[in-house]
Structures are given as C-alpha cells and as structure tokens.
Design a protein around this ligand. Structure first.
Ligand code: FE2
Length: 502
C-alpha cells in the first residue's frame, strides 16, 4: 500500500526503545523522529509537522500525560499514544482525558504499534475531513449571511437612491408633499401615510395630503393621531411604535405606527405619519430609518423649493415691471406680452403640452420682449419704416432678453424660448438662423402667437389688420415663417370659435 510518508515522533527516556522503534518504522517507510524527554519533543513539534506521537508515560521532568496536553494545545488533531509499563484504571482515565487516543502496554510489540499507528492515522484523517467539512459548512453559512446582509445593503441603497431621485425631480411644494406620502408607503410597506403641516397661527396640525392603500381616506383625523403629531412637533424626534395595541390610545385600526418630523433649520414645520392597518407586517428600526431619511431629504427639498419660489417670484415681478416699462413707452404695445402669453398657452394646450410646458409658455410669453428695454425710443417707437441699421438693432432684442432672464441661471428653458422667438421655420430668422425642429418647440408656438398679436392690434404705423388678412398672412407663413403644425392648430382654435378675434 502506498501512502504519503508519515512522520512519527517517539518520546522515551529509554534510548534502546527509541532505537528499536526507529529501525522498525523506518523499514516500514515512515519518517521517524525521536526525543528523550517531553521538552525535546515539544521543540520538535514546534519546528516539524508530525502525524502521530508515541510517548512513554513515566519520564523525568515532563511526563507523557503533560506532554499530551501540550501537544493538544499545539494541534488537537495529532494523535498521541502513550506507552506504559504499569497500566491502571486511573492512568487509563487520565490518558483519555488528555486527548490521548490510545495506550499500549510495555513491553510493546512492534507490529501492534504499527497497527495502532495505522488506526490512529486513519481516525485522524476522518477527524480532519470532518473538521474541513465543518469549516466549509461554517464558511458557507457565513457567505450566506454576508449575502443576505449585502442584499439588504443593496436594497437600502436602492431605497435611498429612490428617495433622492424622486425629490430631485420635484419642482413645487405641492408635488413634493404628494411624493412624500406615496414614497413613505412604497418604501416602508405602510398602508397609510399622511403629511401634516404645522402653522404658528393654527393650534391643530393641518393635513396637507395623504396616501392610502384603500385609495381614499374617509375617516376624520382621530384625536390620538393628532396628539401623536403634536408630540413629534414638541420633541422633534422620530417615533416608532411597532405594536400599537394599547399604546397611546391609538385607534384600533392602527396596528403599527411611525411618525417623523420635517425640519428646516431645527424648526419642525411638518410631520409625516405612516401606519400599518392590515396583515402581519410591523414596522421596525429599518423602516424608521427610511422614513427619517426621507423626512430629512423632503425638508431640504422643501426649503430649496421655498427659496427658489421666493427668489423666482421676486425676480419675475421685477422683470415684469421692466416689461411693463417697455410697453408703457409705446401705447400700442400695452398688454402685448400678456396677450402673447395667453395665446401661446392656448396653442400649447391644444397641441398637448404638459402643465410644465404651459407654465414655461406663460412665463416666457410675458417676458419675451424684455430685451427691448435696451433699444432706444427713436428706433423702437419709429412710426415709419426702419432702416437696415435700425432693424439690425431691433434684432438684438431676443439676445438681450435672454441675457437678462438667464442672469441667475434659474430659467434655462425660458431663456431659450425668449432667445429664439424670432427664428423662422425656414431658417431665415434671427438671432441664430435656426431651422425647423432645431428651433425650440415652445419658441415655434410663441412665434405664431407673437405675430398674430402684432397684426391683430393697432401699431404706431398702422391700424390693426382684419381677421381675414391676419389669417391669410399666417397661412402663407406656414412652413416659411411658422411651423405648419402650429399654424394648423391656430386655425383649429380660430375656426372652432375657441379663439375670439377681437
Ligand atoms: Fe419680439
């Protein structure tokens, strides 16, 4: 039988025994090391890999049992066989206690020793294999646990990302509040979520919006829920009540509850609640973490929106004042911008524009000629035909207007609409000579509305044109000055009587 050469350590203070055993086991193709006492044996064990150890029990200094104990500490898988001349029950018990796997009685029969070696080595292999298996199993379990943890982390990141992305796209407080309650339900598996605003002038929290698994919420706000909201306002700390039965007098329908504050600069201005009303799900710390994270992000977004809305509002008012000043210089263009905005919105609505686009049209419409503020009266108000040079100066107004509006970087899309409201569909317009769909869609709408109002109102140099004349100019301009789709929409509006020619 072939086997990897195994190393046996013999420890005995009788050197003759060591010699006999060495000779025998070397012949049997084992690797043999000998030691005359326990101390030497331990030195060997520290430097060499040993597969099995025979030791005498009675030795000066360290006896065989003590040595067995040390061996066990170094490597518990090394089988130790003790040899003794005086076997007793006590000895036997001690031997086994110390992890010794077998003992042989002196004088020892060499063949018996070899049989013993084979047996213990086989047992060691089984033991080692089992140990490996156990390790493998342990590591499998660890990997599984890590996987679960990792999946949890991925889930968490997804949720946090979702919150961030969702809020990034929000442009108004109203939209934000609706997203908050929807997200709260989505991420924490709540059946119902509400958002309350706290106002210094009102004693009771005011419910702004709510989202429920049942669709609509028919019941009024219970006093206990109101008290819960006020508690959050007072403490400013998120609250989790995993099991609600008998807690805080909450209504029976609420099985599990959470509430988090919305704060701007440490001041609570709102509270988001989430309730479980059905099934076995109960909120835990993780859900509270998500809801709190969402609360913080929502409050930040609310602050930004409020800031933006205020700045935006102020600036828009200022810019509108400029436009009014321009219009006031020319009695004939009074309210021109408002009328252009109105028609642009009507055209946009007919063409299926989103609410956001309609807002853009309204905003840009009211400011589209703001650039005229930089043009001298003698050119702007000239009753007769403009010279080429004068016309070149007039042509600067979309660029000046875009520059004014873009100053704060708040209105990129509005700026583009204003810059391009004098482009022509065939590419012969100004300032950039853009052609066809390269012109922003909303500018193409604005262009028709602008031209229409200019023709349909009195000017310093001419009376307003009649509808027939205006219609024919717009029709002729289809594909040249105007986008044919917008022209078609214009006629749809006029012919259906939804646009009154005044
Ligand atoms: Fe203009």
């Amino acid at each position: 039988m072939t086997h990897d050469k195994k190393t046996i350590l013999f420890v005995d203070d009788e050197e003759s025994i060591l010699e006999v055993a060495s000779e025998y086991f070397l012949q049997k193709d084992y690797h043999v090391i000998t030691a005359v006492n326990g101390k030497d044996a331990l030195t060997v064990l520290e430097n060499t890999e040993v597969d099995c150890c025979f030791t005498d029990i009675n030795m000066p200094g360290m006896d065989g049992l003590e040595l067995a104990e040390h061996i066990r500490e170094i490597d518990m898988t090394i089988p130790v066989i003790v040899m003794t001349g005086y076997p007793s029950l006590e000895n036997t018990i001690n031997t086994l206690k110390n992890g010794v796997v077998d003992f042989l009685i002196k004088p020892v029969n060499l063949e018996q020793m070899e049989l013993c070696v084979r047996r213990v080595l086989m047992q060691r292999k089984v033991f080692e294999d089992n140990l490996l298996l156990k390790k493998e199993l342990d590591s499998k379990k660890r990997i599984e646990a890590l996987n679960i943890e990792l999946l949890g982390k991925v889930d968490e990141l997804n949720n946090l990302n979702k919150i961030m992305n969702d809020f990034e796209q929000v442009t108004s407080s109203r939209e934000l509040f609706i997203r908050v309650v929807e997200l709260a339900r989505d991420i924490t598996h709540a059946d119902e979520s509400r958002l309350f605003i706290i106002s210094p002038t009102q004693e009771k929290p005011f419910q702004v919006t709510a989202s429920s698994a049942k669709g609509s919420i028919s019941h009024p706000i219970e006093p206990a829920v109101e008290a819960l909201v006020l508690e959050i306002v007072e403490d400013g700390i998120p609250l989790l009540v995993s099991q609600c039965t008998g807690v805080k007098d909450l209504p029976e329908r609420i099985l599990s509850a959470m509430a988090v504050p919305l704060k701007i600069r440490d001041k609570v201005f709102g509270v988001v609640t989430a309730f479980v009303e059905d099934g076995n799900y109960r909120f835990d710390e993780k859900d509270l973490y998500y809801l709190s994270f969402m609360g913080t992000k929502a409050a930040d977004t609310a602050e930004n929106i409020a800031l933006y809305e205020t700045i935006s509002e102020n600036l828009f008012s200022t810019l509108r004042a400029f436009v009014k000043a321009v219009e006031a210089r020319d009695a004939y263009t009074k309210e021109h911008s408002n009328r252009v905005a109105e028609m642009a919105v009507a055209l946009g609505r007919e063409m299926g524009c989103s609410e956001e686009e309609l807002n853009l049209l309204n905003f840009a419409g009211r400011l589209h000629d703001i650039g005229k503020i930089g043009i001298r009266d003698n050119i702007l108000l000239k009753p007769g035909r403009l010279t080429d040079e004068e016309f070149e100066i007039i042509k600067e107004h979309p660029v000046i207007g875009a520059m004014i509006v873009s100053q704060l970087g708040l209105w990129d899309r509005e700026t583009q609409i204003i810059r391009h409201h004098h482009e022509r569909f065939d590419g012969s317009g100004y300032p950039d000579g853009l052609k066809g769909v390269a012109i922003p869609f909303l500018s193409r709408i604005m262009s028709v509305a602008d031209a229409y109002d200019a023709m349909a109102s009195d000017r310093a140099y001419r009376k307003k044109l009649d509808l027939e004349k205006v219609s024919s100019i717009i029709r002729d301009g289809s594909g040249a000055q105007f986008d044919p789709r917008v022209v078609d929409t214009f006629f749809k509006l006029v012919e259906s009587g939804r646009w009154n020619f005044v």
